[in-house]
Design a protein around this ligand. Structure first.
Ligand SMILES: Cc1cc2nc3c(=O)[nH]c(=O)nc-3n(C[C@H](O)[C@H](O)[C@H](O)COP(=O)(O)OP(=O)(O)OC[C@H]3O[C@@H](n4cnc5c(N)ncnc54)[C@H](O)[C@@H]3O)c2cc1C
Length: 288
């Protein structure tokens, strides 16, 4: 599988913090904001969950050196959710205490974890206001979750969703997912607390830019958020228009599942990625 590492390197900032720090600083110098993610998910024993917590604590100790306002992305399954929810809660609270004034944001994982994640963010945010949440536009339930999180002033990052989910709980067609994304993004832009609109989809971005201009939504009310190494041309165009663009920067040794999700993102093949890398390199895409 190490054969894939040259491809992985496009999507991850390195296998350790020292290497990732260079990429993070470069992005910040270029006027981007950053959300840092340590790769890994679904740990199966306490020692692995503690090691993940320690890696995040090490990152958080360096956070002030990297940026005055860093966003840290975390998967609850990496902190031990499947082993012992209480252990996971303790780990998350340790991170939140160390994180101030930076923000910790929970990624949303596959549907077996959705309710536990929503329960955790709701309960913990009552004590730690520097906790945010990601939601997936492909899930039917996300509209209700979004309304509930907005009512609690919890900062939401909206993405399409990256896992295979059944038709009983999730939209399947790209048209339906896009339509729901637009609806939820408009709600967030109008009423959300520092939301992040996380997509590289040019169609959605064009629609939302028109909405933002029409509704005169100030640029300091929200972020656009994109993945490290994906659609860098669009990231720069949005930044140059005066919007805040946060780049999601993963690093760590467990890069394989993350890279495979990126490769499977659409049309399920590497050719698609190659085509977009090519279009990006030639500057063929314009947001208008
Ligand atoms: C900041 C951020 C955080 C995320 N957090 C989560 C999370 O917590 N939970 C979750 O389930 N999912 C998460 N995702 C992933 C997300 O759900 C989608 O799987 C992913 O963003 C692709 O959807 P898209 O909206 O970009 O649209 P797509 O239709 O997949 O892609 C739109 C366009 O983006 C470009 N593009 C997309 N992927 C690639 C690629 N790999 N290489 C080159 N070009 C590409 C292409 O131009 C493509 O046409 C996150 C995504 C982002 C940006």
């Amino acid at each position: 599988m190490h054969l894939l590492y040259p491809i992985a390197k496009r999507f991850i900032a390195g296998e350790d913090l020292q290497t990732a720090a260079k990429a993070i600083r470069k992005l910040i110098r270029a006027g981007f904001f950053v959300s840092v993610d340590i790769l890994g998910e679904n740990v199966h024993d306490r020692a692995q969950a503690e090691a993940a917590r320690d890696a995040y604590l090490e990152l958080l100790r360096r956070a002030d050196d990297l940026s005055p306002s860093l966003d840290i992305s975390v998967k609850l399954s990496l902190l031990g959710l499947d082993i012992d929810p209480e252990l996971c809660k303790t780990h998350l609270e340790e991170l939140l205490r160390q994180a101030v004034p930076h923000t910790v944001r929970l990624d949303m994982e596959g549907s077996p974890h959705t309710q536990a994640t929503i329960d955790r963010v709701t309960e913990t945010h009552a004590h730690f206001s520097n906790l945010g949440q990601a939601l997936q536009a492909y899930l039917f339930r996300s509209e209700k979750d979004l309304e509930s999180l907005m009512a609690q002033n919890i900062s939401v990052r909206l993405c399409k969703g990256a896992y295979k989910e059944p038709s009983s709980i999730a939209f399947q067609s790209m048209d339906d997912i896009r339509a729901n994304f637009l609806r939820l993004a408009r709600l967030l832009l109008k009423q959300g607390h520092q939301p992040a609109i996380a997509t590289h989809d040019e169609h959605l971005l064009k629609e939302l830019l028109a909405f933002i201009e029409q509704e005169k939504i100030p640029a300091e009310n929200f972020y656009f958020e994109m993945l490290y190494g994906v659609a860098r041309d669009l990231q720069k165009q949005l930044r140059d228009r005066g919007y805040r663009v946060r780049v999601y920067v993963p690093y760590g040794q467990a890069w394989l599942p993350y890279t495979l999700r990126r490769l499977a993102e659409k049309k399920e093949n590497v050719l698609f990625v190659a085509k977009n890398i090519f279009k990006e390199a030639l500057g063929l895409r314009k947001l208008g």
